[in-house]
Design a protein around this ligand. Structure first.
Ligand code: UGA
Length: 439
């Protein structure tokens, strides 16, 4: 919405939320999320045509277009628990819009939701007194965290799904006009509502599937002496395959991939497409396997015991350039390492507050340390889980000197210069490549 406001000075954009704390943060200079380039854009538009408010009812009534961007977590109870999407916030929002709208509205699904969720939205909005007309559009969001500003300012595509009725198409054109302020026409795609909803799930499923695929190849590389980076490069240069999203790692994280695939699996099961459900579920199963494999590699390398050993964990965010730790592989990895009775010094440039919350039930064995040099003091090994650019610039000789020997480094992202580390004296364990060891 910030990008929309900066690109469309002729529109007034108001972001509303039930959390006063969050809205206060959006109105301050300390935004509630870390996203490169966002603060300067908020400062540019805030108070001019961008506003943050908790006055939800008034803002509903004033708006012509309402973007529904509430969270749609995996349902953890009852029917479909663990897979289906919990639509309670979508439904509550629809009811609130219905109650407060006194003029016609275009309601846009921005949240990722199951296919045909627009139907639920429509049923609520069109129930009872029909003096106000609602037109529902699907406009899924494809931006990724850490690159949100860039993705929004120069999107690969903007997808708008609508009903194929005169009023549906008219609403679609109104939303297209918003994006045409800065997105080239050829990047705007229009489809029917259901294709748009499904395309969002499929995009995330395909991306996650590429990661699980390359992670399976990493396992093969480790036992055969092949190098997964070389294989990715060779494979990715085929323009039919493409080079992106072929980096092996400790498993994907974030608030979307697991949730969206499980949602797709649930959809398949609902329609009794059981083989197809099993195919997609395997992407998640392999991701869990990859996390566990990373832990096992650490354990095996460090003589099959971590009891009393100290490990410095480099990076806790699910990816660099964000403080977000939702479903981050680091959560599972750290819990497993603690189970093995290791001591952990966790460091991360932006995610330590979230890391503390994620591990709040753990009473001992873990410290959160801002300075990586302090985190490695007396450590037996380093587990690099998030590829922050700053980790490349550290003085690894200085780090080596502070560590217990033999010193190990488990580069879960193939982010560092392994040969240089080996020459310093580290035993280096990359992902999907043979280890470089002095032992
Ligand atoms: C993802 C999609 O990329 C966005 O297009 C989508 O809009 C978003 O979900 C969403 O549905 O909201 P995001 O979760 O922010 O975006 O981050 P990604 O860049 O996709 O990374 C997800 C995870 O995959 C991270 O843990 C990352 O480290 C991992 N990853 C990514 C790999 O392990 N290897 C790769 O080659 C790429």
């Amino acid at each position: 919405m910030t990008i929309m406001a900066t690109k469309c000075p002729d529109y007034k954009v108001t972001v509303v939320d039930i959390s006063e704390e969050r809205i206060n943060a959006w109105n301050s200079d300390k935004l509630p999320i870390f996203e490169p380039g966002l603060l300067e854009r908020v400062l540019k538009a805030r108070g001019k045509n961008l506003f943050f408010s908790t006055e939800i009812d008034r803002c509903i009534d004033e708006a012509d277009i309402i973007f529904v961007s509430v969270n749609t977590p995996t349902k953890m109870f009852g029917e479909g628990a663990g897979k289906a999407v919990d639509l309670q916030f979508i439904e509550q929002t629809a009811r609130r819009i219905k109650e407060n709208a006194k003029s016609n509205k275009i309601v846009v699904e921005k949240s990722t939701i199951p296919v045909r969720a627009a139907e639920t939205l429509a049923k609520i909005l069109h129930s009872g007194n029909n003096s106000v007309q609602f037109e529902i559009l699907s406009n899924p969001e494809f931006m990724a965290e850490g690159t949100g500003v860039r993705d929004m300012e120069a999107p690969d595509r903007i997808l708008i799904g609508s009903m194929d009725t005169p009023s549906g198409l008219a609403a679609r054109n109104i939303l297209m006009d918003v994006y045409l302020h800065w997105v080239p026409k050829e990047r705007l795609i229009t489809t029917n509502l259901w294709s748009s909803e499904l395309s969002k799930l499929v995009s995330n499923a395909f991306l996650a599937q590429r990661i699980s695929s390359i992670n399976t190849i990493a396992s093969i590389c480790e036992v055969t002496g092949a190098d997964v980076t070389e294989v990715s490069r060779a494979v990715g240069m085929d323009s039919r395959i493409g080079a992106k999203f072929l980096n092996a790692g400790p498993g994907f994280g974030g608030s979307c991939f697991r949730k969206d695939i499980l949602n797709l699996v649930y959809l398949c099961e609902y329609y009794q497409l059981n083989e197809i459900a099993a195919f997609w579920e395997q992407v998640v199963t392999l991701n869990d396997y990859q996390v566990e494999r990373y832990v096992k590699r650490i354990l095996q390398a460090m003589f099959n015991t971590l009891v009393g050993k100290k490990l410095a964990v480099f990076g806790f965010a699910f990816k660099p350039d964000t403080g977000d730790t939702r479903d981050a592989p680091a959560i599972y990895i750290c819990k497993r390492l603690l189970e093995e009775k290791a001591f952990l010094n966790i460091t991360d440039p932006h995610a330590l507050n979230n890391a503390r919350k994620d591990l709040q039930d753990i009473e001992e064995g873990v410290d959160f340390i801002e300075d990586p040099y302090q985190a490695v003091e007396g450590a037996h090994g380093i587990a690099l889980i998030t590829e922050w650019a700053s980790y490349k610039k550290l003085d690894y000789q200085k780090i080596f000197d502070k560590m217990e020997k033999p010193a190990f480094i488990f580069d879960g992202r193939n982010h560092l210069d392994h040969k240089a580390l080996y020459e310093i004296g580290f035993n280096v364990y990359p992902i999907g490549k043979p280890a470089l060891k002095h032992l």
